[in-house]
Design a protein around this ligand. Structure first.
Ligand code: 5RP
Length: 223
């Protein structure tokens, strides 16, 4: 099975966690796109979705799934999203698709975070994947210096030669060279730096369940 087929497998497996009649929290990315496609097969049995990005909203709506604004919903039973890395405790790096801020907001609104990922994302220690950090542009250089002091190297993410602009109108720094041995402490620290909108370490909003796609089938990890 190739990586794309593993993503399809976990995207379909995630339907198990969708409660009939509910509004579902939906993440962003190529794995979540498989989940959205699967969700469309039961669109008449759900009330709709809260989405974490413009891209996911467009895909949901194109498939006939009603999208609610996060402010219209008090609490979600489940949030389903991918990850760039996930460790043995359910801590994750996310934001490879630049949607980390809204992803963290919708995750915080949800009682359960179900991460869907192929097994290449499962790591012993977070940090091989560059940590995405959404920042207010005027603070980018100062924040990059602060990562430098931690031993990291921060680079502004580009799109077509210019800084990528997120759905929230901000920029992304990708930070390499970090080994994140204490994700809770790391997230707390970076959250305090002026100009940081969201750090792509999801420790406080960690996964409760991970559906990990492997050639032998879907493994369910509980945290
Ligand atoms: C987007 C994300 C994605 O969940 C993450 O990048 C994984 O994406 P994919 O399923 O395409 O590998 O955090 O901001």
């Amino acid at each position: 099975m190739n990586q794309d087929e593993l993503k399809t497998l976990v995207g379909q497996a995630a339907l198990y966690y969708v409660e009939p009649g509910s509004i579902v929290g939906v993440g962003t990315g190529s794995t979540v796109n498989k989940f959205i496609d699967a969700l469309a097969t039961m669109k008449d049995r759900i009330a709709g979705a809260v989405s974490s990005s413009v891209a996911s909203t467009e895909r949901l709506q194109a498939l006939g799934i009603q999208v609610f604004d996060a402010t219209q919903v008090e609490e979600l039973a489940v949030y389903i999203d991918g990850a760039d890395e996930i460790d043995h405790a359910g801590y994750m790096i996310k934001g490879g698709g630049a949607a980390l801020t809204r992803e963290k907001i919708v995750a915080a609104q949800s009682r359960k975070f179900v991460c869907i990922a192929d097994e290449s994302k499962y790591v012993a220690t977070l940090g091989s994947f560059p940590v995405p950090v959404e920042v207010i542009p005027m603070a980018a250089k100062q924040i990059a210096r602060q990562f430098g002091a931690l031993g990291g190297t921060a680079t502004v993410r580009l799109k077509d030669g210019n800084p990528l602009v997120t759905d929230n109108g901000q920029h992304i720094l990708d930070v390499t060279g970090l080994k994140i041995t204490d994700p809770l402490a790391f997230e707390s620290l970076v959250n305090q730096w002026p100009g940081v909108v969201t750090v792509g370490v999801f420790a406080f909003q960690k996964a409760h369940v991970c559906l990990l796609g492997a050639p032998e089938g879907v493994k369910t990890l509980m945290f």
